[in-house]
Write a protein that binds this ligand. Structure first.
Ligand code: CP
Length: 311
């Protein structure tokens, strides 16, 4: 594995989950592996969990970490080749990527979809801009299309809490006042499609995700029907994919409640808007796994960094 940018970079999910569980048991076992190595983290967008859990993961491996809020503090970057740079962008990614490669041994990048132009977002301009010019491995800390560290942590959490050989997992769209990207939903679908679970997706009309990612996974439009008999409900808000980046509805009837969950476990990547996406009572109940998902972000990141250090 040269870089970790997608769920598709995981060669054997079963082996990785086994290894992640072992790291969780003994987080400092490989404290010497990263000695003398530096992890650089560039954030073009806000973060709590990704930033702290990835730092914690690196510290558990003995690495040094340097972090930059690139979106706020960095020079505005140019990504197009051959441009006459007489506008606002002061630095080309060709230099930025090669410069960062001098300071770091592994580089994490967070750069969300801008949700203005689907084709532009799907070209992953920031992630691919750096991938084209770095000489070190890159870890995707959430790009326009994927959030693989989150989904690896989600898979680990689900694995730890499953009580059936083949649980029913439902990814449910939930309301949100702001247009949100598709990355978490995309990566969750991709990783669940590789696990022994029965996955289905439920959302209102107009919120279909990329058909190439959904593939054969069943899609429903009635939340009550979809949640019937669910063992895990993964709530996520996303903006329309067809009417790209638009909020088509904020219908509060789609909020997840204890009544809807019945006995199912509740999952969400966080941050979550209480009483919009999910009722307070769910988050305060034993059915909520959200804090454990956040905890598992450390071991997901640690496993990825360990794999990159070992190669
Ligand atoms: N789930 C997640 O990625 O959280 P942050 O945006 O806070 O990093």
């Amino acid at each position: 594995m040269k870089h970790f940018t997608s769920i598709l970079d995981i060669p054997s999910l079963e082996n990785w989950l086994r290894e992640a569980k072992a790291l969780k048991q003994h987080p400092r076992k490989h404290i010497h592996l990263g000695e003398g190595k530096t992890l650089g983290l560039l954030f073009f967008n806000n973060s709590l969990r990704t930033r702290l859990s990835t730092q914690k993961a690196a510290l558990n491996l003995g690495m040094d970490v340097i972090v930059m809020n690139f979106g706020k503090d960095g020079w505005a970057l140019e990504f197009a080749d051959g441009t006459v740079m007489n506008g606002n962008n002061a630095e080309h990614v060709r230099e930025a990527a090669r410069v960062v490669s001098q300071y770091c041994d592994i580089l994490g990048i967070r750069a969300f979809a801008q949700l203005q132009d689907r084709e532009f977002d799907e070209s992953e301009p920031v992630l691919n801009g750096f991938l084209d010019h770095v000489s070190i491995p890159i870890v995707n800390l959430e790009s326009a299309l994927e959030h693989p560290l989150q989904s690896l942590a989600d898979a680990l959490t689900l694995e730890e809490h499953r009580t059936k050989a083949r649980p029913k997992v439902v990814l449910s769209w939930t309301p949100h006042p702001k247009p949100l990207p598709h990355a978490v939903a995309n990566s969750f679908i991709k990783i669940m499609q590789r696990m022994p679970v029965d996955l289905s997706i439920v959302h209102p009309e107009g919120y279909d995700l990329n058909k190439d990612i959904v593939g054969p996974t069943p899609v429903l439009f009635n939340q009550e029907e979809a949640l019937e008999g669910a063992d895990f409900v993964y709530a996520k808000s996303w903006s329309s994919y067809q009417h790209y980046g638009q909020v088509l509805t904020e219908d509060p009837k789609w909020m997840v409640s204890l009544e809807k969950l019945k006995g199912a476990k509740f999952m969400h990547c966080l941050p979550v808007r209480r009483n919009v996406v999910v009722a307070d009572t769910v988050l305060e109940s034993k059915q909520s796994l959200v804090i454990e998902q956040a905890n598992n972000r450390t071991y997901a990141a640690q496993l990825v960094l360990k794999k990159l250090l070992e190669q």
